[in-house]
Write a protein that binds this ligand. Structure first.
Ligand SMILES: Nc1ncnc2c1ncn2[C@@H]1O[C@H](COP(=O)(O)OP(=O)(O)O)[C@@H](O)[C@H]1O
Ligand SMILES: [Mg+2]
Length: 281
C-alpha cells in the first residue's frame, strides 16, 4: 500500500483515511469535516493534462467555490468528482478521490453518482417529460414504482429546490414550459430527489438572468444545511456571496485554497490577487 499522502495545498492537518483503517475505531475516527478529499488528482485528455495534482478538501455542509479563468480546469475537476471522465475514451484520471474516506474509483459508479449529484451550466431537463416525471426520473431509474412514494419525494425535492409553490398546480405540464431559472431549479430538484450527500454545480447561473440567479444563490445558501456543495463559477461576486471556501485554479493547477474571506481580502499568492482584482482572466 502506498504511504498516505497529505494534500499539499491544505494547511490544516488532515489524517489520511488509510491511517483510519488501521485503527480499531476506524468509523469513529473518520474525519467528519471532510466529505471529499482529492489527492494529487490529475486528468489528461489525449495525454495532455487538463488538471494536475489537485489536492483539496471539500468540507461537509459547506459551500466550496471553484474559480479561475476559462479553460483552467474547473469543470474537469468537478466532473472527476462524479466519475464522468471514464465514459470518455480520450480521458485518463490519476490520483485519488475519497468520499467519506472511501476511494470512489473502487465504488460502484452508479452509487457514486447517487451520493454525488450534479447540476450543469445549461438547465437540462428531460425535454419530453413533465415536471413531475423529471423530478422522479432518477428514482424510477433506481426502481421506485409506488405512486404515493414518488409523489411524496417529488414534493419534498421541489420544496427543497424552492420551486414547489410555482409548479404544484401544473406538475403534468412539460418541463420545457418553465422559464430558464425554473428549469434550473427543476434540475436541482431532480438531483435532490435521489438524496445525494454532495451537490456539484457547474456554473449553475451563467445562463440565467439576475433575478433567477439571486434565487439560485439563496437556494445554495439554504441547501448547505443539508448538503455539501461545490459550485464552479466564473463570477467572483457570486463566489464571495455564496461560498465558505474558495479554490483558485489556474492553468490546470490549484493555486490557492482558503476560506473565501481570505481569498478575497488577503490572498497569499500573487496570481490569486491579480485574478481577483481583475488584472487577468
Ligand atoms: N473532453 C475533452 N477533450 C479534450 N480536452 C478537453 C475536454 N474537456 C476539457 N478539455 C480541455 O481541458 C482544459 C480545461 O477545460 P475545462 O475543465 O472545461 O475548463 P473550465 O471549466 O475551467 O473553463 C481545457 O484546455 C479544455 O480544452
Ligand atoms: Mg467549465
Amino acid at each position: 500500500m502506498d504511504a498516505p499522502r497529505q494534500p499539499t495545498n491544505v494547511t490544516e492537518h488532515h489524517r489520511s483515511p488509510i491511517e483510519h483503517e488501521t485503527t480499531s475505531h476506524s468509523t469513529d475516527h473518520a474525519d467528519e469535516r471532510y466529505r471529499i478529499v482529492t489527492e494529487q488528482l490529475s486528468v489528461y485528455f489525449d495525454g495532455k493534462p487538463a488538471i494536475r495534482d489537485v489536492s483539496m478538501v471539500i468540507r461537509t455542509n459547506k459551500v466550496t467555490a471553484i474559480i479561475g479563468p476559462s479553460g483552467c480546469g474547473k469543470s474537469t475537476f468537478l466532473r472527476a468528482l462524479n466519475r464522468l471522465h471514464e465514459i470518455q475514451p480520450n480521458a485518463r484520471v490519476s490520483g485519488r478521490i475519497l468520499l467519506d474516506g472511501e476511494d470512489i474509483m473502487s465504488m460502484d459508479a452508479t452509487l457514486v453518482r447517487r451520493r454525488i449529484g450534479m447540476v450543469f451550466q445549461k438547465p437540462n431537463p428531460f425535454p419530453a417529460m413533465s415536471i413531475f416525471d423529471n423530478v422522479v426520473a432518477g428514482l424510477r431509474f433506481n426502481g421506485v414504482r409506488k405512486r404515493s412514494v414518488l409523489a411524496e419525494i417529488a414534493e419534498e425535492a421541489l420544496r427543497r429546490a424552492a420551486l414547489w409553490d410555482e409548479v404544484k398546480d401544473r406538475l403534468r405540464a412539460p418541463a420545457t414550459s418553465l422559464s430558464g431559472g425554473q428549469q434550473q431549479r427543476l434540475c436541482i430538484a431532480r438531483a435532490l430527489a435521489i438524496e445525494p450527500e454532495v451537490l456539484l454545480m457547474d456554473e449553475p447561473t451563467s445562463a440565467l438572468d439576475p433575478i433567477a440567479t439571486a434565487k439560485i444563490e439563496e437556494l445554495i445558501y439554504e441547501l448547505k444545511r443539508s448538503y455539501t456543495i461545490v459550485v464552479v463559477t466564473h463570477n467572483m461576486q457570486q463566489a464571495a456571496r455564496v461560498s465558505d471556501y474558495t479554490a483558485f485554479m489556474y492553468l490546470g493547477e490549484l493555486v490557492e485554497f482558503d476560506k473565501t474571506r481570505n481569498i478575497f481580502t488577503n490572498p497569499s499568492k500573487r496570481q490569486t490577487e491579480e485574478y481577483i482584482t481583475g488584472r487577468f482572466g
